[in-house]
Design a protein around this ligand. Structure first.
Ligand code: HEM
Length: 515
């Protein structure tokens, strides 16, 4: 008995302390809310908001899959898809309806097209001298122009056709080898290597497989994603940066990674500078070097652009390819229809599918669209930021407020899509319910690449790689999910960092078929 009291007493004290803290927090929350309302009196009301806690605001409601929790919260607290949450001490607008997305990315785009400041990105990207994290303004305009006018044009993307076809062919050799020995293969590795190699060859004109930099590039991409996409307390509590020691430690972490990028990109750029005099189709680095003075860019600016291209362009395309294969395995009737289209659409059936063949494959394109609808690699896009106060449907969005557009929620909105949770590529076919809907930024229920000024410039580049690879994967192979203890299982658990991906690697077993 005595023992029981002895162990219960500290617990009771702890409970009392927690209870008292809770009462104090509620009181503080009430005060901070009325203070916020007071500040905005006469300027229109803020969008609706769930009950938050002092200090952390709504952080505790967000969790590890923010696109899911924010969709659910918006459904509960807002009627028009606009909600305000406080992430730590930072008020943030959440957009989850087609109408609100259009207001943000079309009607008020010019005032909401900036990015929230980030100390990590600022240090890592040479003072945010890239495109993705650059504030809306002159530098961003010039940097985006160089990408859209010189690097990612239709002509330039077409010039990399040979790279895509060669890399697809190499990947198919690996698949054939696995089929020959009847082994399941690590599809995540196969698909990541493919998108990464295509990117490396487009950027530097050569494969990095052989010269040993491949591992370093991949490691740096991983470290960069963890650094930018991880939990950085100063993004939610910016006042922490006023503490000198804290600020220094944040900058030191980012500087360490930047120095590693610096060494690597210097080496790659030096090699490329020597090539400038030779006659051949110039790679990204050569194009950037040759236009550098016209755009007023330093060598550091070019390095920031290159980091962007690797970070934005590699993972995203790989994620789409992996989810496309997963959905095809989960929906055998879709796989069968796709295989039928591809196998009948190839001019020389014994060879690889070429980019000419792919052009006429409507169902393949529909499968890719459907994958992007259900699994946008950047479910919250990249955060937008208001440069001035604006009003949407009577709600005020104060100046300097981050805005998250929930593209994942838009793609699954039951008021915009029939059977929203189902994988049905048919919806995008000529006779389908969404035949005219596209991801080019004018259909605000479908925004995997964003819309407006900040829209992704890499659509053509990524889609052409995804199409050729996916078509070849289903052309001469049937696929099976390996069994674990007699059961087939495709784990759909996801992890959110900078992008949203499957937690577990995808293993599939190929079987060669004669077509
Ligand atoms: C399936 C592949 C891809 C997806 C789903 C994707 C998605 C996105 C998204 C959602 C944004 C942010 C849009 C916004 O803020 O509203 C973005 C921005 C960007 N993407 Fe992509 N992307 C892909 C491939 C690529 C590729 C291949 C490249 C380059 C080669 C690229 C370069 C960029 C750049 C530079 C930006 C920043 C644009 C700006 O801030 O103005 N992306 N992308």
């Amino acid at each position: 008995m005595t023992m029981a009291y002895e162990t219960m007493l500290p617990q009771a004290l702890l409970f009392l302390a927690l209870f008292l803290s809770y009462i104090a927090l509620l009181h503080l929350a009430k005060r901070s809310k009325s203070k916020e309302q007071e500040q905005h009196k006469g300027r229109g009301c803020l969008p609706p908001s769930p009950k938050g806690l002092p200090l952390i605001g709504h952080l505790h409601l967000v969790g590890f899959l923010p696109h899911v929790s924010l969709r659910d919260l918006t459904g509960r607290y807002s009627r028009d898809g606009l909600m305000l949450v406080r992430l730590g001490s930072v008020p943030t607008i959440i957009v989850s309806s087609r109408h609100a997305a259009e207001a943000v990315m079309r009607t008020h785009d010019h005032l909401l097209a900036s990015r929230p400041p980030s100390t990590i990105a600022h240090t890592l990207l040479y003072g945010s001298r890239d495109v993705i994290f650059a504030a809306y303004g002159d530098h961003w305009r010039r940097a985006k122009k160089i990408l859209t006018l010189h690097l990612l044009t239709l002509k330039k993307v077409q010039s990399y056709r040979i790279v895509r076809e060669e890399e697809t062919c190499l990947a198919m050799t690996k698949v054939s080898d696995a089929a020959d020995v009847g082994q399941a293969m690590d599809m995540s590795e196969l698909l990541y290597s493919f998108t990464f190699e295509v990117m490396c060859r487009a950027v530097s004109g050569r494969s990095v497989k052989l010269n040993g930099t491949s591992r370093l590039f991949r490691e740096l991409l991983n470290v960069t994603e963890t650094l930018i996409g991880g939990f950085n307390a100063e993004d939610y509590f910016p006042w922490l940066l006023r503490i000198g020691a804290y600020r220094r430690s944040v900058c030191a972490r980012a500087e360490k990674v930047r120095k590693r990028w610096d060494d690597l990109l210097d080496r790659v750029m030096d090699d490329d500078e020597e090539k400038l005099v030779q006659q051949h189709e110039p790679d990204f680095i050569e194009v950037l070097l040759s236009h550098r003075h016209e755009y007023g860019f330093t060598r550091d600016h070019l390095k920031a652009l290159l980091v962007d291209i690797f970070v934005a362009g590699t993972d995203t395309s790989y994620i789409v390819l992996e989810f496309a294969m997963v959905e095809l395995m989960r929906n055998p009737h879709v796989m069968a229809r796709l295989q039928d289209e591809v196998r009948h659409g190839v001019r020389n059936s014994h060879d690889m599918v070429t980019e000419d063949d792919v052009m006429n494959m409507a169902y393949l394109k529909a499968v890719i669209k459907e994958t992007l609808r259900l699994h946008p690699p950047a479910p919250l896009l990249a955060p937008h930021y208001s440069v001035t106060e604006i009003h949407i449907d009577g709600y005020m969005v104060p100046a300097k407020t981050p805005i998250l557009i929930n593209a994942w929620a838009l793609g699954r909105d039951t008021s915009a899509w029939e059977d929203a949770e189902e994988f049905k590529p048919e919806r995008f076919m000529d006779t389908g319910s969404e035949a005219t809907v596209n991801f080019k930024g004018s259909d605000f229920q479908f925004l995997p690449f964003g819309a407006g000024r900040r829209m992704c410039p890499g659509i053509l580049f990524s889609v052409s790689s995804i199409e050729i690879m996916l078509a070849n994967l289903v052309h001469r192979f049937n696929w099976e999910v390996p069994t674990v203890m007699g059961e087939t299982c495709l784990n759909m658990t996801e992890v959110f960092r900078l992008t949203l991906r499957r937690k577990e690697k995808l293993f599939l077993a190929p079987k060669m078929v004669t077509v």
